[in-house]
Design a protein around this ligand. Structure first.
Ligand SMILES: C[S@@+](CC[C@H](N)C(=O)[O-])C[C@H]1O[C@@H](n2cnc3c(N)ncnc32)[C@H](O)[C@@H]1O
Length: 320
């Protein structure tokens, strides 16, 4: 059970690429914003300024501990605000099916600083805690189940694919050996196993030796890529013509999904190139506003090192 003691304070998550998101979403009074990843509400608070007291914010997050942040936002934002707890891919579909429409949709992917910095959530390799990593603490599947139950080959694949871990095989084997003696319960046990399974020089370069494995496990435990893939079409359906969707990703696989999906939706004719004239009549559904991803500048990364890998892509739904 998570202690519900979260009080908004100065260690709140710092919103990434906030000015860029604000400029590109270009909200106006009367608009509806759907913030799919509310977190501490940093982006929502800034974006709500552009509603000038007229408009609506629908805040989504699968983590129940963001509620105090939402309550603070609701008290101060001066616009109608509603919090929906759950997976954004499911909630967006439900909203779209119920005819709810949006002028701007934001997905700021990954974990928040509050999640990373609260040891009991088990996201961090830096402090000892139960091996958990669930963004939604009521979800059935945690990192503990994954590490103890997945086949070694599957763990190797996960570490390689989602963590780009070059010692994926050695680490997966060491996990297999360790759990045959005793199952993993805590983050420190996993960190020790990772450290012991890689060559000594690799323990010192390229960040913390457990960083990539922890990232990979977190992505799988929370099905982060699956949620993103399902959310994009639902977001598209919810958007009004002229409405905009912004996605901030922190992992190259996430960014690739967003880039390809935007590109696909922005395509007009889909006829084979050898056709002399278009017979498909396909029209673009999105206009890409960021041909290249927007990256944080040196100032932002110096002030907030966690922003370093962020990439922002924004598109606008076509139509009048
Ligand atoms: C990077 S933080 C967002 C921070 C926020 N933009 C701010 O300025 O405070 C990501 C948040 O999205 C939530 N989240 C991630 N994946 C989600 C999903 N599939 N459905 C709902 N919430 C999700 C996490 O629980 C976390 O609170």
């Amino acid at each position: 059970m998570l202690p519900n003691v979260l009080q908004p304070n100065t260690t709140d998550h710092v919103p990434v690429l906030a000015d860029e998101v604000r400029a590109l979403l270009a909200l106006e009074p009367g608009h509806t914003l759907v913030d799919c990843t509310f977190g501490a509400g940093g982006h929502a608070s800034l974006l709500a300024l552009d509603l000038h007291g007229k408009g609506k914010v629908i805040a989504i997050d699968r983590d129940p501990t963001v509620r105090p942040y939402f309550e603070r936002f609701r008290r101060t934002a001066g616009v109608t605000a509603r919090f929906l707890r759950g997976d954004f891919s499911i909630i967006l579909e439900q909203l779209a099916d119920n005819g709810v429409r949006a002028d701007a949709i934001l997905l700021d992917l990954g974990v928040s600083s509050m999640q990373l910095d609260r040891p009991e959530r088990g996201f961090s390799y830096a402090t000892d805690a139960p091996l958990d990593m669930r963004m939604d603490p009521s979800a059935h599947y945690s990192a503990r189940e994954l590490v103890n139950e997945a086949e070694e080959r599957e763990l190797e694949r996960i570490f390689r694919r989602y963590g780009e871990e070059r010692f994926a095989r050695q680490i997966a084997r060491a996990i297999g050996r360790r759990r045959r003696q005793q199952p993993f319960e805590r983050t420190s046990e996993l960190v020790d196993t990772i450290k012991a399974s890689i060559p000594a020089p690799a323990r010192f370069g390229d960040g913390h030796p457990a960083k990539r494995v922890f990232q990979a496990l977190r992505i799988v435990v929370n099905d982060e890529l699956g949620a993103l893939e399902a959310a994009l079409p639902a977001a598209m359906e919810m958007l009004r013509p002229g409405g905009r969707v912004a996605v901030i990703s922190f992992h190259s696989l996430e960014d690739r999904i967003v880039k390809h999906w935007f590109r696909e939706q922005a395509r007009g004719c889909t006829c084979p190139p050898e056709f002399p004239i278009c017979v498909c009549g396909h029209e673009p559904e999105l206009r890409v506003l960021t041909p290249r991803p927007v990256r944080p500048g040196a100032r932002e990364t110096a002030l907030n090192p966690r922003s370093a890998s962020a990439r922002l892509r924004v598109s606008e739904k076509v139509g009048s």
